[in-house]
Design a protein around this ligand. Structure first.
Ligand SMILES: NC(=O)c1ccc[n+]([C@@H]2O[C@H](COP(=O)([O-])OP(=O)(O)OC[C@H]3O[C@@H](n4cnc5c(N)ncnc54)[C@H](OP(=O)(O)O)[C@@H]3O)[C@@H](O)[C@H]2O)c1
Length: 283
């Protein structure tokens, strides 16, 4: 059955490949990106609508959700939350959040909530591009709750690891607590895309340099993402046709997520902190 699928980060890299593959398979694809020209280019390739929004601005995330609801008459099957990446120096967004955490996690968290009813009208699926980098994530929790700000000890890689841990925690939280929604997290592999180009870290050299030739291709990773978006949640894992809600996949295999990602208290604390950061009531 064909689906209506919103793909964020669809203007480039893995998301663009996934958008093209899903459209080839007959799905209706809504293409979201930050750069207008790239977003429109992919949208015209896939015969879908283009939505331009910078996830570093929560106002633009709200406008994106409103535009998607209008374009789909309030019925969406799948949200593929794929936009993200590693940034440079620590910066706060205009919303007051650490920028890496906002782009990679808080914006998708808000989008899921704004689109939840539309997703329930459809297949109710959320596919979140996470990363094996989440293994290095350490989100502190104190009496005041989880601290997503990384005020101390910031590095681009630490900020990215924390944001990707938050992705996996969110997927577990959706599966456990949002009725009729099913969610899955994917580590797409280490993929030769534009990833890391906005970073000052060593990673940029890896992604741009010699090692680039050794990485997974964006074609392979994008197709994996498309397979999850077209897949069905079920108790049993049949490679790439069913997946377990709340699960974490490493490429086309069941992945081994970090111990922290299974911590129920952390799932809850990060959920509450995320809700507060984007102006939603706690669960
Ligand atoms: N490449 C890897 O090795 C790797 C490994 C693990 C996980 N991942 C994850 O895979 C996802 C896709 O990455 P990629 O490798 O395909 O990287 P990419 O080629 O750099 O593409 C990133 C996509 O995210 C969008 N994006 C970035 N910042 C945004 C913002 N502030 N607002 C809206 N959209 C924004 C970009 O939009 P514009 O192009 O329009 O700016 C682009 O469409 C990311 O979540 C990344 O963390 C990648």
């Amino acid at each position: 059955m064909t689906r209506t699928i919103l793909v964020t980060g669809a203007s480039d890299g893995i998301g663009a490949v996934a958008a093209r593959r899903l459209a080839e398979d007959g799905h209706r694809v809504l293409v979201a990106g930050r750069d207008r020209t790239r977003t429109q280019h992919v949208a015209s390739d896939v015969g879908g609508d283009a939505f331009v929004a910078d996830l570093a601005r929560l106002g633009e995330v709200r406008a994106l959700a409103a535009d998607v609801l209008a374009a789909t008459d309030g019925r969406l099957d799948v949200l593929v939350s794929n936009a993200g990446g590693i940034l440079g120096r620590r910066a706060l967004t205009e919303d007051g959040n650490e920028a890496t955490m906002q782009v990679n996690h808080l914006a998708p968290f808000l989008l899921v909530h704004l689109l939840a009813d539309a997703l329930r009208e459809g297949a109710g699926l959320v596919v979140q591009t996470a990363s094996a980098a989440h293994h290095a994530g350490r989100i502190p929790v104190a009496a005041a709750g989880a601290d997503l700000s990384l005020r101390r000890g910031y590095s681009p890689a630490r900020a990215y690891a924390n944001a990707k841990l938050a992705n996996v925690l969110m997927v577990r939280g959706i599966a456990a607590h949002m009725p009729d929604l099913h969610a899955v997290a994917l580590h797409p592999g280490v993929v030769a895309t534009s990833f890391g180009s906005g970073s000052t870290s060593l990673l940029r050299l890896v992604y741009r340099g010699v090692a680039r030739r050794l990485l997974t291709t964006d074609e392979h990773a994008g197709e994996t993402l498309a397979m999850l978006a077209a897949g069905t949640p079920g108790a049993e894992w049949t490679p790439m046709t069913t997946w377990t809600s709340g699960g974490y996949y490493d490429g086309r295999r069941v992945g081994r997520a970090s111990r922290a990602s299974h911590d129920v208290a952390l799932i809850d604390a990060v959920w509450r902190a995320s809700a507060a950061a984007v102006g939603l009531p706690p669960r």
